[in-house]
Design a protein around this ligand. Structure first.
Ligand code: IPM
Ligand code: MN
Length: 352
């Protein structure tokens, strides 16, 4: 199969971790006789520096003309520490999600047995954890208008807005996913306070009868934050709005032992982008210490999205082998021997 892959390394550790994922994709191409064609684009601070905006038109064109997109990370402390900055790298990511119609962010969390001891939670609680968070990605408070400040600058506001159409398509995707898994769906909202959440819950209750095999549970987000840490193995598919999903998935990531392990897929009707859930980790940029596994596992999701099930599985097996054999970066080494970003990528590519 010939696949056109747009590669957007982004900022900070982005180029390093994406480099390792490409290395792994090349190993897959070699083993399974595929042809992967990569074309690179800029996004984030890298794009601001180059052309003055965080998601340039050329990058958008590149994404539209590719089969799939592999993305690293966005963010730069030069902008984080300057609340007055007119353009911000993150705007590029939001614009890209919106412009490509990537309304569903799929964030799976699977516990690697070899890491159960590393989790900050008790081993018996994290054994067998295997759930997916389906996060709505192009609506809610991230995009709602009006947003801004009053003229005198003393009051600021954001709006959380959701349409029936936006809610329905993400809920259906989550119900379908539950059907393909353990048939348990947790709808996370704040329906006791927010109007948007009440609309979510209303629509979920309308759709539920179409999926009689799916057991649906409704949970307030504050309670979900607690249950997730207390009983992570109780979750199968969780679906929620944009910001709740952002927060809950960072929380969930610590369960696995490292934020550097969690991949994600952002999908829409026509486009699909694959990225680690972690940020650009600027303190580590260029040091060769970043964990490339989240990006490599995102590449596995990319392959599976293209229907390459065996290839995706091969990547997962290779990552698990690296973890079992202790070929890991310092975030997972627990003070023991650690390997560089490149060495971990080499090991995984070689195993494939
Ligand atoms: C994520 C990130 C982004 C988000 C930021 C960088 C805008 O935290 O992908 O989870 O909040 O969606
Ligand atoms: Mn986030």
């Amino acid at each position: 199969m010939t696949v056109k892959i747009a590669v957007l390394p982004g900022d900070g550790i982005g180029p390093e971790i994406v480099g390792e994922a490409v290395k792994v994709l090349n190993a897959v191409a070699g083993k399974y006789s595929h042809e992967f064609e990569y074309e690179y684009g800029v996004v984030g601070a890298a794009a601001i520096d180059k052309v003055g905006e965080p998601y340039p038109d050329e990058t958008h064109e590149l994404c539209l003309n590719s089969d799939v997109i592999l993305f690293g990370a966005i963010g730069d402390p030069r902008f984080d520490n300057n609340p007055k900055a007119k353009v911000r790298p993150e705007q590029g990511l939001l614009k890209m999600r919106k412009a490509l119609g990537l309304f569903a962010n799929i964030r799976p969390l699977v516990m690697f047995d070899a890491l159960a001891e590393r989790s900050p939670l008790k081993t018996e609680r994290v054994k067998g954890v295997d759930f997916v968070c389906v996060r709505e990605l192009t609506g809610g408070i991230y995009f709602g208008r009006p947003q801004g400040r009053t003229e005198d600058g003393t009051v600021a506001y954001d709006s959380c807005v959701y349409s029936r159409e936006e809610i329905e398509r993400i809920l259906r995707l989550a119900f379908d996913m539950a059907m393909s898994r353990r048939k348990h769906l947790t709808v996370v909202d704040k329906a006791n306070v927010l109007a948007t959440s009440r609309l979510w819950r209303e629509i979920a209750k309308e759709i539920a009868p179409e999926y009689p095999d799916v057991e649906v549970e409704y949970m307030f987000v504050d309670n979900a934050a607690m249950q997730l840490i207390q009983w992570p193995a109780a979750f199968d598919v969780m679906v929620t709005e944009n910001m709740f999903g952002d927060i809950l998935t960072d929380e969930a990531s610590v369960i696995s032992g490292s934020l550097g392990l969690l991949p994600s897929a952002s999908v829409g009707k026509e486009n699909a982008l694959f990225e680690p859930i972690h940020g650009s980790y600027p303190q580590a940029a260029g040091k060769g210490i970043a964990n490339p596994m989240a990006t490599i596992l995102s590449a596995a999701m990319l392959l599976e999205y293209l229907g390459m099930k065996e290839e995706g599985a091969a990547v997962r097996v290779a990552v698990a082998k690296a973890i079992e054999e202790g070929v890991v970066t310092e975030d997972l080494a627990e003070g023991g021997k650690s390997y560089s970003t490149k060495e971990v990528g080499d090991f995984i590519a070689k195993s494939i």
